[in-house]
Ligand binder design. Structure first.
Ligand code: TTP
Ligand code: MG
Length: 394
């Protein structure tokens, strides 16, 4: 199976959160970074970047470049909360998942071919789920390894989706400045340029001895990178503490049947994800946000871990009964926590329950097999894409 790595990075992250939370800022040059004259810019919206404003620039300079800019203080709590949601979404699209920063992660998606017909489809799915659930735009890069995936996510920003297919690595890297290579900072860049290596293609063509003389044992590493070779694995460090799914509705919900159905849908997604990760939960939490934005959460814990939709649903509905509903509902969420391994000894002896577990597992299996058809078509294995998506960069 071919290795495919995805890198996801949010567009103008802090500024986009500000624009989402303060709609009057939408479409405006927003500069996040504290209003004191001595501060630096954390980030700027793409509208502000047109004026040359960028991260780490002194705020005073940003004011000169962009006098019409709207300067806002950072709201770290909002960024952290949003970041948690994004990471929670991304987790489900990968076998191995490595968060890098608040707005960025690597995903090893090599094994996801049974669920998505093409690489583009998985990229679009993750972008859409992030947009639907956080109202924010992510850029996605998919490539044979981490180095190229990170480069790819940057290529079409903002709102990017770029795939670097196998076989195109060398050609794509050739014209790019040496600075783009991983590990090349200012000092190494100037040494390389002084020695006549300006673009990555120069390093591809350089005799190994020359690079070794210039950079010692770093030379060989740089040479490998220049051809787009990088076999560092995606390192899953993050332990899953909870698995949840929630939706905000365009129109507030009043109809009890509809509310019930929504809880059933969320319970189903949570149960499927639990089974996918081989986990069961001993706590179910229901979150309800009312039209007035008042938010209520209720939890219930139980002895026997479950990953069954019908059980999670039953617990969630019992929690709803404890919440008086006097107004429309704008958000419903179901979360499973207190996670543990799949089956306890007791449940092995509970025949009925075991049957249902097996039925659920069979359903998952069927879903996976449906996807496998797409795999046999060859899209995934060949890395072929529908027109356009696998093309080399402009
Ligand atoms: P980045 O992903 O580097 O930048 P970005 O998301 O603002 O813009 P884009 O990815 O579209 O180019 O960083 C993520 C956040 O980290 C950024 O929104 C603000 C914060 N940050 C700083 O506070 N200081 C910095 O110097 C950088 C680079 C980022
Ligand atoms: Mg970003």
């Amino acid at each position: 199976m071919r290795r495919w790595i995805m890198h996801v990075d949010m567009d103008a992250f802090f500024a986009s959160v500000e624009q989402r939370d303060h709609p009057e800022l939408k479409g405006k040059p927003v500069i996040v970074g504290g209003r004191s004259r001595r501060g630096v810019v954390a980030t700027a919206s793409y509208e502000a970047r047109k004026f040359g404003v960028h991260s780490a620039m002194p705020v005073s300079r940003a004011r000169e470049l962009c006098p019409s800019g709207i300067f806002v203080e950072p709201h770290f709590e909002a960024y952290k909360e949003t970041s948690d949601r994004i990471h929670e979404i991304m987790l489900h699209y990968a076998d191995a998942y490595e968060p890098i920063s608040l707005d960025e992660a690597f995903l090893d998606i090599s094994g996801m071919g049974s669920q998505y017909p093409t690489l583009g489809a998985i990229g679009r799915a993750i972008k859409k789920e992030i947009l639907d659930k956080t109202e924010l735009v992510a850029s996605v890069g998919i490539a044979p390894n981490k180095f190229l995936a990170k480069m790819a996510s940057d290529m079409d920003k903002p709102d990017g989706l770029r795939i670097i297919p196998y076989g195109k690595e060398k050609e794509i890297l050739r014209p790019l400045p040496v600075r783009r290579l991983w590990g090349v900072g200012k000092v190494m860049e100037s040494r390389l340029i002084q020695a006549g290596y300006r673009v990555i293609g120069d390093i591809q063509d350089a005799p190994a001895e020359e690079l070794a003389a210039l950079l010692g044992n770093q030379g060989a590493l740089l040479k490998r990178l220049s051809f787009g070779l990088d076999d560092r694995p995606v390192e899953s460090g993050r332990e899953i503490k909870s698995i949840g799914d929630e939706s905000t509705y365009e129109n507030d919900l009043f109809d009890p049947h509809r509310i019930d159905r929504e809880i059933a849908v969320h319970s189903d997604i949570v149960a499927q994800r639990l089974r996918k990760h081989g986990l069961t939960a001993r706590t179910v939490t229901l979150k309800i946000r009312f039209a007035s934005f008042r938010t209520v959460t209720r939890s219930i814990s139980f002895e026997e871990g479950t990953s069954l939709q019908e059980e999670i649903y039953r617990y969630a509905v019992s929690l709803l009964q404890k919440i008086p509903v006097h107004e429309g509902i704008r958000l419903i969420g179901v979360t499973a926590s207190h996670l543990g391994p799949p089956l306890s000894m007791e449940s092995l002896f509970s025949e009925n329950r075991d049957k249902r577990n097996r039925a659920a597992a069979a359903m998952d299996e069927i879903q996976a097999r449906f996807g496998r058809k797409a795999l046999q078509k060859g899209f995934w294995l060949e890395g072929k894409e529908e027109k356009g998506e696998g093309d080399p960069p402009k």
